[in-house]
Ligand binder design. Structure first.
Ligand SMILES: Cc1ncc(COP(=O)(O)O)c(CNc2cccc(C(=O)O)c2)c1O
Length: 459
């Protein structure tokens, strides 16, 4: 096992050599990192022996839960058999064939082909190139622009970060790249005004039609969206949104792409978020729950029409050294097979998802500064607000979220603050009893948060 060091020694070496993602290195090293050393089920342990409830499944990804020795055995067996070979130059290997066959079985109808990557960002970049290649082969090479949403998140590669709508990412690196446009997100709480949710869903979808007409339909290649915006704060569109988006895409002959990196592999209680909202994309991107984070792997599910068109175009000049990596593929296969054969996805749909949503609303429905309590399956959130009656948000967006998140973390419960949204996406294996315990801690944490607000004269 790892060399035993004190927490202080690990912290010192980490500060000396390790650059963390999305991090202000100076402030991180003032506080010192928390060393996570073990995990099992929905729990983490840190180097000080604290047991932490992981309400975020890592980064929305450990769907099957931690500590699955069957997955580590599969990894070892595959590594001993064939640790690596590539899938370029007319070769393949049993692990990636078995995974591809399984994915075609769990995919919605019409998706018989997958392209492999190492992450969600690489899946998104792959999709961008596939979409543009599709229109080249179709003889409409001027259809190049992809439309995403402000505050959408599609990763951190040049393409993914450009398609995402996080302006604080665009500012670093001269993004977005050419051929990317954005429309407003379908955030009913902020933009719904006096419309019903159903009316707002249609109105928000119509922003896409406006954008298409502004750019010119002959130049638009695709619309890309997360069924539920995850890192954007669990923005759940009204039921009328996605069917209207789909209608508009068909009307103007642009491809519809779902980014299922978070919503995929059971998060909403369906295998994929598109099935919860009832729309049919032409392509969708995945990663995270594909392997439950045990090894890095992503997959682009390519609709049969798109796959046939790209195939008709001959060489598709794209791919990665580790596309379809044998060990990652073998672990992903075991993970997806377990999600299916152990009835984990089914249980989210029928039992633990409905239970979480009911208890989530009961727990957070009565606080003075908590509103828009929402969720689907095992992805849920609420928003910290200044005034529920007027739907007034706090000033300095994100400050309250950070304060609240730190209170949760101090109570050994990990939730995520996205701005002033508090969000949660636990492993899909969470039990009803664990939900009760988690929400008991969460309620206590929000009570502490509101007490702090009053002490600071903010409430
Ligand atoms: C919808 C979506 N698409 C693409 C990506 C990129 O995946 P990779 O990170 O594997 O390249 C994501 C990833 N989502 C993500 C990644 C890291 C942190 C957080 C957060 O909420 O703090 C969210 C995502 O949520």
């Amino acid at each position: 096992t790892q060399q035993q060091r004190s927490t202080a020694q690990w912290r010192e070496l980490d500060a000396a050599h390790h650059l963390h993602p999305f991090t202000d290195t100076a402030s991180l090293n003032e506080q010192g990192v928390r060393m996570i050393t073990h995990a099992d089920g929905i729990y983490l342990w840190d180097s000080e022996g604290n047991k932490i409830t992981d309400g975020m499944a890592g980064l929305w990804c450990v769907n099957i839960g931690y500590g699955r020795k069957d997955l580590s055995e599969v990894a070892k067996r595959q590594m001993d058999e064939l640790a690596y070979y590539n899938t370029f130059f007319k070769t393949s290997h049993p692990a990636v064939v078995e995974l591809s066959h399984l994915l075609a079985q769990v995919a919605p109808a019409g998706f018989d082909h997958v392209f492999y990557t190492n992450s969600g960002s690489e899946s998104v970049d792959t999709m961008i190139r596939m979409v543009r290649r599709y229109w080249d082969v179709k003889g409409k090479p001027q259809k190049k622009t992809l439309i995403g949403r402000w505050n959408g998140y599609h990763g951190s590669t040049i393409g993914g970060a450009s398609l995402g709508g996080m302006t604080y990412m665009h500012e670093q690196g001269e993004l977005p790249i050419p051929g990317i446009a954005h429309i407003e997100q379908p955030w009913y709480y902020k933009h719904g005004k006096d419309m019903t949710p159903e009316e707002f869903g249609v109105a928000a979808a119509r922003w896409l039609e406006d954008k298409i007409l502004e750019i010119g339909a002959d130049k638009v290649a695709a619309f890309v969206g997360e069924p539920i915006q995850g890192a954007g704060g669990v923005i759940i569109p009204p039921s009328t949104y996605w069917p209207e988006i789909e209608r508009i895409c068909r009307k103007y002959d642009i491809l519809l792409v779902a980014d299922e990196v978070i919503c995929g592999f059971g998060r909403t209680g369906e295998w994929f978020g598109q099935q919860h909202f009832g729309f049919k994309p032409d392509i969708f991107t995945t990663a995270k729950g594909l392997s439950s984070g045990y090894l890095p792997i992503g997959a682009v599910f390519v609709g049969n029409d798109v796959a046939a068109t790209i195939a008709a175009g001959g060489d598709f000049n794209h791919g990665f050294t580790y596309s379809g990596h044998p060990v990652a593929a073998a672990v992903a296969h075991a993970n997806v097979k377990a999600l299916r054969d152990e009835g984990i996805v089914q249980r989210v749909k029928e039992e633990t998802g409905p239970y979480m949503q009911q208890r989530w609303r009961e727990t957070f429905g009565q606080f003075e500064h908590v509103d828009d309590v929402r969720g689907v399956g095992l992805i849920q959130a609420f928003t910290l607000v200044k005034n529920k009656a007027t739907r007034e948000l706090f000033d300095n967006w994100g400050e309250m979220g950070t304060m609240c998140r730190d209170i949760f973390f101090g109570n050994n419960l990990i939730m995520r603050a996205c701005g002033d949204h508090m969000v949660s996406a636990p492993p899909l294996v969470i039990t009803k009893a664990e939900i009760d315990t988690m929400l008991g801690t969460a309620a206590r944490s929000v009570e502490t948060f509101e007490k702090k607000l009053r002490e600071r004269g903010l409430a």
